[in-house]
Structures are given as C-alpha cells and as structure tokens.
Design a protein around this ligand. Structure first.
Ligand SMILES: CC(=O)N[C@H]1[C@@H](OP(=O)(O)OP(=O)(O)OC[C@H]2O[C@@H](n3ccc(=O)[nH]c3=O)[C@H](O)[C@@H]2O)O[C@H](CO)[C@@H](O)[C@@H]1O
Ligand SMILES: C=C(OP(=O)(O)O)C(=O)O
Length: 427
C-alpha cells in the first residue's frame, strides 16, 4: 500500500489550485441516470470516488467518456449518457466501498419506476443510517421494502406521485436523493428543513439546467414541480470548499502564505471566520482566497453544524491546526458520533487532546514530532498530513487510499508550495 512521507518544518508559500468538489461531483454524476441525453460535467476532480461512481454508472447502462484529458490537467470533462438503463441494481460490492452509491436510488426510481440498492452499512465516522432517504421517497409515493441487505423501492404506476416531507434532522444525502427523485415526479414535491449546503445548490442548478422546476434553491424549503422528462446539459462542478479549507489549515500551521486558486469565499464563510478566529489573514483575491499566518494560531472554539454552520468535514483539519496553537481550543462534533478517530494518531505525534463525549479540548504544545501514523477516514488522514507538515522530523502516513478518495494529487499540490512531501508507491 502507498505511503505519504513528510519531512516537516517547511513554510507553505505560493498558489494551490482547488479542484472540483468531490461531494458535488458525487451527486451530479447520478443525474446522468435521469435522462437519455448526454450530461457533460466539467471540472470533475480526478479522485478514486469519482472513478468508482463512473464504474457504478457503467454497470447501470450509462456510458462515460472522458474528453482530451492530459495527466497534468486539473478538471476533467466527462460526458455520461444513459440511452437505456440496463440495470436498476446497485450491488453490495460497489456500495460498501463507496457510500455515495446510495445516490443512485432516487434517480433510478424516478427514471425506471424501481430501484434495488444495497444498504451501505456504517463507516468509520458513524452509523450513518439511510432512513431519511427512504422516508422522503415514501412521502413522495414510493413503496419500500428492505430485504437481504438491499433496499427495494418501487413507484406505483412507474412514477412518483409527489408529496411533502419535513426532515427531522438535516441530511445532505437524503435531500439529494429526494431532489433527484422528485424532479421526474407526476406532481409537486416539497422538502422542508432541507440541507442548504453549496453542493445542494450545485445539484439544483444542474437539475434546472436539465429542465427541472425547483423553487427555493439555497433555502430550507425546496418545492419541485415534477416534469415528464429531463434533457441533457453541460455543467461545471463547483470548487471544493473542503479541499480549500484543508490547505488553509496547512498554511496556518506552517505560518505560510497561500492563494487558494478557484476557491469561492461566499461558499465557505464558516471556515473563513474560523481561520480569522485563529488569527490568520484571510482575503479574497481576483482568483480565489489568500490565507496567511505569522506566529502561532490563537485558540478556537468550534462546533460542527449543517451549512451555513462550521462543517464536520473541516473539524479534523482545524483540530490538527490547533495542536500547535497558543492555548486551549474547544471542539464539539454534533453531526457524526465517531469523528475523533484522528485523535489517538495525533497523540502519537505529541499532541495534547482530551476527548469527552462529543467535545474535545486541544491544548497547544510547543512542538510536534513526526511519527508513523495510520488514518481511518478521509479527513482524519488530512489532519495527519497537516500535523506532519509542521512536525519536527519525518511523518509517514499510511492508508493513503483514504486521501485518494478526496484530495486530487495532494502531494503534487503541496510540493509546489514548498512542502517536503512524497508518495512512496507500493509498486
Ligand atoms: C458524499 C457527501 O456529500 N458526503 C457528505 C454528506 O454525507 P451524508 O449525506 O452521508 O451526511 P448526512 O448529511 O446525511 O448526515 C448528517 C447526519 O444525519 C444522519 N442521518 C443521515 C441520513 C439518514 O437517513 N439518517 C440519519 O440519521 C447521519 O447519521 C448524520 O448524523 O454530508 C456530511 C455532513 O455534512 C458530510 O460529512 C459528508 O462529507
Ligand atoms: C465523510 C466524507 O465523505 P463521504 O460521505 O463520501 O464518506 C467526507 O468527504 O469527509
């Protein structure tokens, strides 16, 4: 298995290109199942999850082609076309490797009137049930059965009738599945307490470009008037606000000065205000966002929440940043019950972190020392990279496949701004 080796202590300085967002790409790709015309997605990141999703689409009868991409280019252009669905089954061996596969449920049900999708099961950060995906679809008229580890959903008469669903807790994935399913319903579908993440707005804008009728985009109430058919479109995937925030934390911990090229400040207010809380200089530039730091970070108090709150996907990276802060920082994780798996690994590098239930107190230490570390999930891996960039000596990050799910050519981007980092391939 590949390993990333970092010799810490280099100040990051320069420009970092921000890729297309993983979490937007993973909900835009299944839109290709909603029409028999081509959907062309621009600015797709080159990530294991995007490749995996392409593979799943292929199994369902969707052909995917990547145009004229050179290895050195960021931002691939993929055209996906599902002239005819050849299968409505998303099998266990794909879904278990990539949770986002559940996002084919809504589109398959909308297009074919039926779908059979493996239950994804839990993962390292929590149980992650899908009950809200199913309840929203049921509210729109779907009949759902759980059998042998699979969800079997049917739209009586071939199309969902429409209806109203109020989410008891905000769910990004359930909002996405419900939106895609609703777009081809016979009637009107209303979602209340819907997620408002920028990736949801990206999905809505893509669906509208395909001919969907959606009101309330960017708000917690979405009203979708179903249409008889959707058509093809060309759509650009938004910039990855989590990737941008991760590199911002790396800049702060190394007392660096970077421009996050392509990042959009209005999509990452909570992250930028947390960086300012830490004492960083944050300013919008013509091409993105500049983040600069001199001296140690001020302590931060951060609690994760659905958008526009502070993202759970940024918690581990800010925690790594706070390990070399001036005093005690307080973190509260409210979204996932098990999202502190990076803490014991950070402790191996000399961090002082005390976890009590949902909260963690991070006391800044004088220095970190590089160590071999092992990551359990994507953002936990990134927190180890961030700590490694500032640690004395060498850090070896194992289980790099987690990073490859969500960070496009991480080592190349960091090398370009002065980091001493390399990937050792297992061959
Ligand atoms: C591919 C993708 O976009 N992943 C993101 C998405 O995951 P994902 O869509 O899985 O996360 P959700 O927003 O659905 O989860 C939020 C909370 O709701 C709970 N829940 C969710 C669905 C459900 O049916 N029942 C239920 O109880 C979850 O366990 C969790 O506690 O949003 C998360 C929260 O911002 C991010 O961390 C992930 O990076
Ligand atoms: C938790 C994440 O992703 P996923 O939902 O794909 O597991 C993430 O991007 O941090």
């Amino acid at each position: 298995m590949d390993q990333i080796v970092i010799r810490g202590g280099q100040r990051l300085k320069g420009r970092i290109p921000i890729s297309g967002a993983k979490n937007a790409a993973l909900t835009l790709l299944p839109c290709a199942l909603l029409t028999d015309e081509p959907l062309t997605l621009r600015n797709l990141p080159r990530l294991a999850d995007v490749d995996g999703f392409g593979h799943l689409l292929n199994q369902l009868g969707c052909s995917t082609t990547i145009e004229g991409s050179r290895p050195e280019d960021f931002g691939r252009v993929m055209t996906a076309r599902t002239t005819t669905l050849t299968s409505t089954v998303a099998p266990y061996d794909i879904v278990r490797k990539m949770r986002a596969s559940i996002l084919v449920l809504g589109p398959l049900l909308a297009r074919a009137g039926e779908a059979t999708v493996s239950l994804p099961g839990g993962c390292a950060i929590g149980n992650r049930p899908i009950d809200l995906h199913l309840k929203a679809l049921e509210a729109f008229g779907a009949q759902i059965e759980l059998t042998s580890g699979y969800v079997k959903a049917v739209a009586p008469g071939g199309r969902l009738a429409g209806g109203k669903f109020t989410f008891p807790v905000v769910s990004v994935g359930a909002t996405e599945n419900a939106l895609m399913a609703a777009s081809l319903s016979k009637g009107t579908c209303v979602l209340e307490n819907a997620a408002r993440e920028p990736e949801i707005v990206d999905l809505c804008n893509c669906l509208v470009a395909m001919g969907a009728h959606i009101d309330g985009i960017g708000t917690e109430t979405l009203t979708i008037e179903g249409v008889d058919r959707l058509h093809g479109a060309t759509y650009r995937v938004m910039a990855d606000r989590i990737e941008a925030g991760s590199y911002a934390c790396a800049a702060v911990i190394t007392e660096g000065d970077v421009e996050l090229v392509g990042a959009k400040a209005d999509e990452m207010d909570a992250t930028l205000s947390a960086l300012r809380q830490a004492g960083a200089t944050v300013e919008e530039t013509k091409g993105g966002i500049r983040v600069a730091m001199s001296g140690r970070a001020e302590p931060v108090t951060l609690s994760t929440a659905p958008y526009p709150g502070f993202a759970t996907d940024m918690q581990a990276q800010f925690m790594a940043m706070a390990t070399l802060g001036k005093g005690a920082s307080l973190f509260t994780e409210t979204i996932f019950e098990n999202r502190y798996m990076h803490v014991p690994e950070l402790a191996r590098m000399g961090c002082d972190i005390d976890v009590r239930g949902r909260s963690a107190v991070v006391r800044g230490v004088d220095h970190l020392v590089g160590a071999p570390v092992m990551a359990t999930d994507l953002r936990a891996s990134m927190s180890l990279i961030i700590a490694g960039l500032a640690a004395q000596g060498t850090t070896e990050v194992n289980r790099v496949y987690h990073l490859d799910r969500g960070y496009e050519r991480l080592e190349e981007k960091l090398q370009a701004v002065g980091a001493d980092i390399e990937r050792i391939s297992a061959g």
